[in-house]
Write a protein that binds this ligand. Structure first.
Ligand code: HEM
Length: 509
């Protein structure tokens, strides 16, 4: 190697390595007071997260052994804090600062671009959120009830094949139903996921989630340069093409249809055949950053953020109901009073408002099994917390699962007790201890949509079927692949619910 080459190498090292090293030394200094689990040289704690099923167990163990703010190393330096400290969670979520998501979210950026979920919390995010918010108004949702209903009726028919099974995994059924719902409600198009679960689009969504988790905790794949030479990268390129082609085609088709439609404008834009995409298309001229690509990104975001989460919540709610028959009976009493024994009557918004106990049941299932068990925020403005500093560049991993299972906030945390949610003030008067939809400025925009979808779908399913525990008893193996799932399925048994003959209303099994 020539002298010049050596000098250039030294200069490069100085330019790249020294600032990088200094930044991380700062982290070490400021984060000194937080404990950390034992780690491996250069790899840090990465080896603890080779399996998605390890997350819940490992994070639980970290919090138990090291406290409610734990330093995590992914590589040679600390980059994350696992946070289940109520005060810090409140400080982060309620603030208008530090609205950027953690670094891991970038790994979804090829798919979701700068869509609402993963974009930085800047003025662009603010204007898009403001524009999209009216699309999630309850008045708009009345249009979606029909979609929720027809897709759930199809699910009811699909489940008939399981009537004789001693147990089966209900999750894939619900997942496809939820995908059908979000596609029809968000895009106004039917992808017939329940009829063709093997479609490339459906499979690509699930592959993307798996690739994301592979990258998040693998130091080699986290490096953008090395990542480009991996199999994971090639697989990602393949599925992204499928996902983008699908949503772009739909956006283009819908744009043409809208031009041809005779529009009757109301305060939300359209009166008939309203979809989330229509609402965005109608309002696009108000926001210059809402280009064709940005619209596709928002639609991809709805697809991603809106289907797996809701499916997980419904699957776990059904599992809880199968395990707690007396609670299922209470839900049925409520449904009997509302539908007066009619299995087929359509659900109205008025009915939904009356389903208070079912709502408490769903909320309690969201507590025990939060569909997004962890989410993260990047510290962009250093935080003052308990007399110390959390420096810029650190990612805060908010431990929703840990908070929801903390006996201090929820006595008997593993018990399914919907009654916790029947009062007006929430379960304990501590709003940041229960955050399945996050909270504050970047909370879930689809929360009301999801609750409406779940209440409609569950009220239909429960009028048709009784959910029973599987034999032998099924123990869930929880796995956090962005969204909480059970790696051995969500197994239950079903029995057709028969209308009671002794009483004018109600059902029996
Ligand atoms: C039970 C169902 C759902 C759960 C548990 C859930 C949970 C969450 C959580 C925890 C966040 C914050 C994530 C973070 O900070 O990284 C979030 C954000 C978001 N959710 Fe949901 N979600 C659900 C359903 C939906 C639905 C149905 C939609 C759309 C139709 C949706 C769209 C979004 C969007 C766009 C954001 C980003 C909001 C922003 O940053 O401004 N979600 N959701």
């Amino acid at each position: 190697m020539s002298v010049i080459a050596v000098i250039l190498l030294v200069i490069t090292i100085c330019i790249v390595f020294i600032p990088w090293y200094n930044k991380h030394r700062r982290y070490i200094k400021h984060l000194e007071r937080y404990p950390s689990p034992p780690r491996v040289f250069l790899l840090g704690n990465a080896l603890d997260f080779r399996q998605p099923t390890a997350f819940i167990r490992k994070f639980g163990e970290y919090a138990r052994l090291y406290g409610d703010v734990v330093k995590i190393y992914v590589g040679p330096f600390p980059t994350k804090l696992l946070v289940s400290n109520y005060k810090l969670v409140e400080q982060v979520l309620s603030s208008n600062k530090n609205l950027n998501k953690g670094k891991e979210y970038q790994y979804l950026s090829k798919w979701l671009g700068r869509g609402l979920l993963i974009c930085d919390g800047d003025s662009r995010w603010k204007s898009h959120r403001k524009l999209l918010l009216p699309s999630f108004h309850v008045q708009v949702f009345e249009e979606f009830l029909h979609v929720f209903e027809t897709k759930t009726q199809l699910l009811v028919r699909k489940l008939e094949t399981e009537l004789d099974s001693s147990s089966f995994d209900i999750q894939p059924y619900i997942q496809l139903c939820s995908l059908d719902i979000i596609c029809e409600a968000a895009l106004g198009t039917s992808i017939h996921a329940q009829e063709d679960g093997d479609s490339d689009y459906v499979k690509s969504i699930s592959t993307m989630c798996t690739l994301f988790i592979k990258r998040s905790f693998n130091p080699r794949l986290r490096n953008n340069f090395l990542y480009k030479y991996s199999d994971v990268y090639r697989e990602e390129e393949r599925v992204i093409k499928i996902l983008h082609r699908h949503s772009s085609e739909i956006v283009e088709r819908r744009k043409k249809e809208l031009q041809q439609m005779e529009l009757v404008q109301d305060e939300f834009g359209l009166k008939k055949k309203l979809t989330l995409l229509d609402l965005v298309l109608v309002k696009r001229n108000d926001v210059p950053t809402l280009t064709d690509i940005a619209i596709r990104e928002e639609i991809d975001t709805f697809m991603f953020a809106g289907h797996d989460t809701t499916a997980a919540a419904m699957g776990f709610t059904i599992f809880c109901l199968s395990e707690y028959p007396h609670i299922q009976n209470k839900v049925m009493d409520e449904l009997n009073a509302i539908f007066v024994g009619d299995v087929n009557r359509s659900v109205t918004l008025q009915d939904i408002n009356e389903m208070r106990y079912l709502e408490a049941v769903i909320k309690e299932a969201l507590r025990i099994y939060p569909p997004v068990p962890y989410y993260s925020r990047m510290v962009t403005e250093e935080l003052n917390f308990e007399g110390g500093i959390i420096p810029q560049g650190i990612s805060l991993l908010l431990d929703v699962y840990g908070l929801h299972h903390n006996p201090e906030y929820f006595p008997d945390p593993d018990k399914f007790l919907p009654e916790r949610f029947l009062g007006d003030r929430g379960p304990n008067g501590l709003p940041y201890s229960y955050i399945p939809f996050s909270a504050g400025p970047r909370s879930c925009i689809g929360q009301k949509f999801a609750m409406l979808e779940m209440k409609t779908a569950l009220s239909i399913l429960l009028r048709h079927y009784e959910f029973l525990p599987s034999t032998p008893k099924h123990i869930l193996s929880l796995s956090a692949v962005i969204v909480l799932s059970s790696s051995n399925g969500v197994r239950v048994r079903i029995r057709r619910r028969i209308k009671r003959t002794t009483s004018p209303t109600g059902y029996n099994s």
